[in-house]
Design a protein. Sequence first.
Length: 193
Amino acid sequence: GQGQSNYDLSFKILLVGDSAVGKSSLLVSFISNVVDDLSPTIGVDFKIKFLTVGEKRLKLTIWDTAGQERFRTLTSSYYRGAQGIILVYDVTRRDTFTNLSDVWAKELELYSTHEDCIKMLVGNKVDRFLSSYFLEHEIYFSNIQESERVVSREEGITLAKELGCLFFECSATTRQNVERCFEELALKIMEVP
Ligand code: GDP
C-alpha cells in the first residue's frame, strides 16, 4: 500500500513451538484480522505488518515455521538477528507446553545469537475453555470442542518466569489478546537500549 516503505524501526520476530499449536493462525489473525482455513505449507514463511506504537512507525517481519518444526529442521538462519521470539503452546495439549522447556527453549539457547532478544510465552486456544459456570449449571452446547484447557493460566505464568518471558493467553480464533501480545512485544523491543 501507499507509504508502506516509510518506517522508523524494523524488527524481526519469530514464532516457535510444536506443530498445530496455532502459530500460523496467530500470524494470520494479527496480519489480516481474518482467520482462513490454513493448509499446511512447507518451508519458512514470513509476513510483514506495519504498526504504529507511540510516535514510531514499525515494520514487523514475522517469521513462521510453516510446518518445518515437524521435521526438526529449523536452522540458525531462522533465528539469526531476531529481536523478538514468541513461544507458542496450545492450552488444550500439555505436551506442547512441556516441549517448550524440553525442546524449544534449548534450541533458542543454541541458535539465538541476539543478546537482547525479548521472549514472549503465548498460551493459545483459550476459546476452548469450558467455563465452570456452564458445568455447574449443566448447560451444554452442541458445538463444544472435544478437547478443553488442560494447562492453567498459573502454570503459564510460572513457566514464563522460569524462561524469562513475557506472558499472554490468546485465541487466534476469537482474536482475544492477539493484537495486544504483538504490540506488547514490539513495545518491549523498543525499550531495549
Ligand atoms: P501451526 O502448525 O502451529 O502453525 O498451527 P495452525 O495455525 O496451522 O493451527 C492448527 C489448528 O489449530 C488449525 O486447525 C487451526 O484452525 C486451529 N487453531 C489455531 N488457533 C486456534 C485457536 O485460537 N482456537 C481454536 N479453537 N483453534 C485454533
